[in-house]
Structures are given as C-alpha cells and as structure tokens.
Design a protein around this ligand. Sequence first.
Ligand code: ACO
Length: 371
Amino acid sequence: MSTTKGLEGVVATTSSVSSIIDGVLTYYGYNIDDLADHASFEEVVFLLWNHRLPNKEELKKFQQELADAAVVSNEVLDQMKTYPVDKVHPMAALRTAVSNLALFDEAADEMSEEANREKALKLQAQLPTIVTAFSRIRQGKEPVAPRNDLSFAANFLYMLNGEVPDEISVKAFNKALVLHADHELNASTFTARVCVATLSDMYSGITAAIGALKGPLHGGANERVMKMLTEIGEVEKVEDYIKDALSKKVKIMGFGHRVYKNGDPRAKHLKEMSRQLTSITGETKWYDMSVKIDEIVSNEKGLLPNVDFYSASVYHSLGIEHDLFTPIFAVSRVSGWIAHILEQYANNRLIRPRAEYIGPDRQEWIPLEDR
Ligand code: ACO
C-alpha cells in the first residue's frame, strides 16, 4: 500500500460541478472570470444545482424562491439567544444552528430528489439569516427579518445592518459570493461528500462541512489575515513583521495553495475590489499593506495569495466584523457543498479508503494488574 500525505494529487471522485485545469477555475465549464464580472450569485447557485444558466423567468422565480425561504423559525432563533454569545465564535454558532435546523424540519431524513431540493433551498436561503441574526443577537439587538424584494447579496447586508445597502457594497459583496461558491474537491466539500456518501441527510453533510471550513488552513484563514493586518497596523511595519514571521517558519495566512502553484485565479478580482473599496472608505492602508505583504511573500517564498488574502480587506471595507468573514465564506460555499451533495446522492458509493498501518506489530495481552 502506498500513501500520499494529505491526499495530495489523489483523484478521489469524478465531478461535473467545477474544475481546476491548468490554473483555470470553471463552474460547470464557465470561467470564473466571466462569472465574477457578469453573474449574480443567484445565477451561479442555479448553475451549480442545475448544470446550466437560468433564463430570465427561471432566474426571477429562483430569486423569489430563495428570498421566500430565508425566514428562520423562531425555535431556531430563540435557541441562538441561549448560546454563550459573547464567548462563542460565529462559525461554532453557525455549525450548531444549522444542525438545529434539521431538528425542526420534519422532512430532514427524506431522501427523494424533491425533498433534497427543498432542503437545499432552505439551507442556502437560511444560512445568511442565521449568520446575521447571530451578529445582532450578540450585540443585544433583535435579528432583522429577511426581505423578499432584495437580492441575495443585498439581503445579507440588510439583515446585518438593518439598512438597505448602497449599490457599490451590494455589487462587491455579490462578486465575493460568486468567487467563493465552489472549488472542486476542497477540504470542506470532500467532508460533505464523505458524510452524505453514508446516505446521511443533507443537514448532516452541511454541518460537517461547516466544521471543516472553520479551520485556519481552509476558510478560517480570511479572519486571520485581518488579524495580521491589524497587528501590523501600518505599511512601514510590514517588511520587519513578515520577514520575522518567515524566519520563524510562521505560516502567512492567505498564501499558498494545495492545487494552484502559479496563483489563485480568484485573488486578482479580490485584489482589485480591495483597491477600489479601500479608496472609497479612505482607509487605503489595508490595501497598501496587503500589496506589500504580497510582494515580500512572493519574493521570499515564491508563494502567491489565495482567495482568503484580499477578501479580508474587502470585507473589512464593507464594515463587516472580522469574525464573520469565515461564516460569509460558508454562506456562499454552501451552494457548492449542496451541488456536490446532490451529485454524490445521484451516483453514490460509500467513501471508505484504507490506512497504511504503521503501529506496533502483534502485542501480547497484559492483564490490568500486571501493567
Ligand atoms: N506561509 C509560509 N509558508 C508556507 C505557507 C504560508 N502561507 N504555505 C505553505 N508554506 C510552506 C510550508 O511551510 C512548506 O514549507 P517547507 O517545505 O519548508 O516545510 C511548503 O510551503 C509547502 O507547504 P504545505 O503546508 O506542505 O502545503 P500544503 O499544500 O499542505 O498546504 C495550505 C496548503 C494549507 C493552503 C498552506 O499553503 C497554508 O497553510 N496556507 C496558509 C493558510 C491559508 O491561507 N489557507 C487558505 C487556503 S485557501 C482555502 O482553503 C480557501
């Protein structure tokens, strides 16, 4: 038996949802660059779940269905109020709340295609309501109910702040959601597929995926990028901070990637958004510091920024609390998790690899009193 640490380069399944070929990312064959420039997030979700772009009527209907499904039950919201809100990370709250959704869905374990599509809609629509409600509850405010006349991106910002957002913020947030929607067999998507390949339910798959996304080597990196930028504080301090960190073999969050060795195609879009948004807010130092870090890390280590690096200054510029960055990743990526879960159910086989045993050889049993 031969092993590959971290399953690097191992092709574990077939999939039509998204591809990374020669450094180009596509969702069902559409280049991420085109989608980032032109698509609404709702169009992308439709594409991921139906394997084609919607026409005008289909899109309108789907947008309405998503908006109508966004209301989270009072049972789940009331339980959120009992969480230790000032201590708990929003990703942990999201993981628990999504698991809770299943308890109040009588069809949670129904496995028909129709029932799964229904759950997909609820999960996609309700994650934003949960994330924004948690943010408000911990500030001692009441959650803001979703509006069914706003786009997915606008509704998130509306529920977060209680005000209808401006067009620039909505456009930027929509683009960030599009860029995060799917990414082939990343760690959280693989987790979701492993979970549902036992024929467990969709809520279990999404709860497991949220747990995997939370880690700093995956989605959790975006919050840590902002922590680093805040610690550095000003452009003049970047060089010493980064060189010192690299000399101590500290990983610089938001750099490196298991698959992309010549750059993450999503990063350039987020970089440009960071430039534009920081110039609007007047806090250009976040962009300037990021560019300087980018230069030093690529010169010193040959590592390039991934999707998490410039998204930090983008979300900060939109006035979003730093520990909501990873939950926002989940709000978008749940679309990809669902697409992969539906694909897994449609052609399922239990995912059960082997481990090469490296423990001790046969041992003689020692009775308790002799140990
Ligand atoms: N900063 C400094 N050094 C790094 C970094 C980094 N961000 N990333 C990789 N390296 C170094 C490693 O220390 C290692 O060096 P060595 O050979 O001298 O030991 C070498 O590059 C290879 O790195 P690995 O960790 O083996 O690469 P792997 O493919 O396992 O990991 C990962 C990829 C997890 C993304 C890694 O680059 C990393 O930890 N980056 C920082 C966290 C991060 O940004 N995660 C988000 C990834 S994108 C996403 O999930 C949404």
